[in-house]
Design a protein around this ligand. Structure first.
Ligand code: 9MR
Length: 686
């Protein structure tokens, strides 16, 4: 009989202990200490970027529906391990556990292939039925190896689990007692441990502590993917850009920081980042008045750790709006309040940390006649929403540089005109706008003419505005494996180089950003079927021809020569149609001191200036496709392929003139521009 009161007293005490120390980690074993920073890994936004669970300050709740709910936190805390370590957690389940389970999941290597198990090294340890269930996968098959260990007497309900790697063994403890061990098949040999949980169908898991420990004297460390620092080569694009006073950037999605190649390439090559999606309205205000900066903050932290600047994108757009807003029935006055609050909170959160903001994005329609883009904001607030947004943004952070960003108006033409009219109108009205973003989502086959881009940038300079090339990608046709032809990749490289050259030709153009880092994660294949390979780095993070052309455009003594797109034409004409022996014009930039080669052989030049070279197509050049290149002390242009045609007698035309006859001073001879007696005339014929 005396045993009964004693037992109930113990239960009473245990309940009190649990209630008062909800998020305390299970006790450490003798001689073990917490990995620095890893005593508490639930709170403070560490799981806020992970979907499929509910995170509060001191617990995680994970439910499974009809299938397993398996979660790996690839964006939050990550353990770097070299020696022995353990992970401690306190878990409970609302379900009976019979035939099911809730598990702590430790991932040593992430999936690398099409099947979920390819390359995956994973260990699950948890409550399964009335036992401790263990399963592990080593990357070669979806069939895990299962081990069952007994739950010690008296351990049930809320359970303290500890999973340790000790020498070559995985050792499992429950309620402070060792319940089993098995040989470690090298699950954490890559030196990393991602944290996760796995919940069987119909089960609910509640996690009230998560910590990591190690024997005193070990040097394991807690890190997070977004805190990685890239090894700097000193020869990255960013190094060449910095020497030119230019920012070179990329759009970033922080979920890719767990891909080591991504984090390395980004920090090695770029000195500027922009959030591809993480700072948009739907991401930052997922519920009314509730702001979430989890993913966006990770980008800013990564940038700060890697000495990079950050652009803000974007406060006001008709896309990426949350459902609560677009399906809510707000009055125009309420919608205005919502937008004003959104701008104030988001700008306020990043005050002093970003170089500028795309305040309004794509307010002009995508198609002719390029009126106002239909949008929630236009419906609710009328066309004045653009000015209002800039005014609210300026009031919220008077030091922030405020940009208008749009697509399809990079060169000259109707869209460009509409954007220019909108922005110049704002300037006239005294709206606080500081710059214009030219997105530059273009194709290699028909890029805007470089001269047009340069002219467009220059007219914003005349308004006192800065310009950034904000979202450049150059899509090319790809096969089903995502591969592009060498010719298309060369054309792409020329387009990149020309856009950079147009930017460099104008001192108000201060940044060029690409819309992503690697072809692996670009938005292009999903939106333009049959196209892809649009960025500077391939799926293995190798620099593509385009990256090299950007680098050569940035580097060297002075700028290497550039041949403008479609810049090789018959002398005095506007199209290619060159034949062996004909004079050929090359329009470009940095052409002083240039040597022209045709298929690698030097060709005689007749005239040279910074933006024009006239050379003669060597007579011995055959007909068909030939490669024309220009070299100077600063480097070489890209090779441009043109077609040499058989000579056929014809008179060249130039503009409205039939036949081109030049006076000795190179002006076109006409009824009102006669040749002086005794001077010579040049007639251009084929
Ligand atoms: O690349 C972005 C894609 O992942 C998003 O689904 C999409 C909608 O939010 O936005 C894409 O980025 C766009 C950018 O924000 C504005 N200019 C056009 C970009 C490509 O659509």
């Amino acid at each position: 009989m005396p045993a009964i009161p004693s037992l109930s007293l113990r239960r009473f005490c245990l309940t009190l202990f649990l209630a008062s120390a909800l998020s305390a980690a299970p006790p450490l074993r003798s001689g073990w200490v917490y990995v620095p920073g890893a005593q508490e890994m639930i709170g403070a936004g560490k799981w806020g970027c992970v979907s499929g669970l509910t995170a509060s300050a001191n617990s995680l709740t994970i439910q499974a529906g009809s299938g397993y709910n398996t979660i790996t936190n690839t964006t939050g805390p990550l353990l770097q391990v070299t020696g022995d370590f353990s992970v401690l957690t306190t878990v409970s389940t609302s379900s009976s556990n019979s035939g099911s389970g809730v598990f702590l999941t430790l991932v040593g290597a992430l999936n690398t292939g099409a099947n979920w198990w390819e390359g995956l090294k994973r260990l699950d340890v948890g409550l399964a039925g009335n036992a401790i269930g263990v399963s592990y996968w080593t990357g070669g098959s979806g069939n895990g190896t299962g081990v069952t260990m007994p739950l010690p007497d008296g351990v049930s309900g809320t359970v303290d689990l500890e999973v340790a790697r000790i020498s070559n063994q995985i050792v499992v403890f429950a309620g402070g007692m060792q319940v089993g061990a098995f040989a470690d098949p090298g699950l954490f040999a890559a030196g990393r441990v991602y944290f996760g949980f796995n919940v069987a169908p119909g089960n609910t898991l509640t996690v009230t502590s998560l910590a990591a420990a190690m024997p005193q004297g070990e040097s394991n460390a807690l890190s997070a993917p977004y805190l990685q620092t890239a090894a700097r080569s000193g020869t990255g694009l960013r190094d060449a850009a910095a020497a030119r006073g230019l920012l070179i950037g990329a759009a970033v999605d922080p979920s890719h920081f767990s891909d080591p190649g991504y984090a390395q390439a980004l920090g090695r090559e770029f000195n500027l980042v922009v959030a591809e999606n993480a700072m948009k309205f739907a991401a930052t205000e997922p519920a009314p008045h509730q702001f979430n900066f989890c993913a966006a903050d990770q980008i800013v932290q990564y940038a700060q750790a890697n000495g990079m600047q950050v652009r803000g994108h974007t406060l006001v757009w008709q896309q990426a709006l949350p459902g609560w807003l677009t399906t809510g029935s707000y009055t125009p006055a309420q919608a205005a309040d919502i937008l004003k609050e959104h701008i104030e909170v988001v700008l306020g959160h990043y005050k002093g940390q970003l170089i500028d903001w795309d305040v309004v994005n794509e307010a002009i329609a995508y198609g002719a006649p390029y009126g106002a883009q239909p949008s929630y904001w236009l419906n609710q607030l009328g066309s004045g929403y653009v000015d209002l947004a800039f005014q609210w943004a300026h009031a919220a952070d008077p030091n922030a540089k405020l940009f208008y960003n749009d697509t399809g108006g990079e060169g000259l033409g109707a869209k460009s005109e509409a954007v220019y009219n909108l922005v110049s109108g704002m300037v006239r009205r005294g709206v606080p706008v500081n710059g214009v973003g030219l997105q530059m989502h273009i194709t290699a086959s028909s890029p805007p003419a470089m001269a047009d881009i340069s002219t467009n940038i220059a007219r914003y300079a005349a308004l006192g505005l800065e310009v950034h090339i904000t979202e450049m990608d150059v899509r090319v046709p790809v096969d089903s494996g995502g591969a592009a032809t060498g010719a298309n990749l060369s054309a792409q490289a020329a387009a990149y180089q020309n856009v950079l050259a147009a930017c460099q030709a104008n001192s108000n153009c201060t940044a060029l950003l690409t819309w992503g880092v690697t072809d692996s994660y670009s938005w292009i294949p999903g939106n333009y079927p049959g196209f892809g390979a649009a960025l500077l780095f391939d799926t293995k993070y190798n620099a593509k021809t385009a990256a090299n052309s950007i680098k050569s455009q940035l580097g060297g003594q002075g700028n290497p020569p550039v041949i403008f797109t479609n810049g090789i034409v018959i002398h005095g004409g506007r199209s290619t149609v060159v034949s062996p022996g004909s004079l050929v014009d090359i329009y470009g930039s940095n052409l002083v001191g240039a040597q022209v080669t045709v298929n690698g052989k030097a060709a005689p030049a007749y005239y040279q200036s910074a933006d024009l070279v006239v050379f003669q197509m060597p007579f011995e050049t055959g007909t068909g496709s030939v490669l024309v290149q220009v070299k100077s002390a600063a480097g070489a242009s890209l090779s441009n392929a043109i077609t040499v045609e058989a000579a056929a007698p014809s008179i060249l035309t130039y503009g409205d003139n039939w036949g081109v006859v030049q006076n000795q001073d190179f002006s076109v001879n006409s009824a009102t521009n006669c040749a002086a007696a005794g001077s010579y005339l040049t007639a251009y014929l084929i």
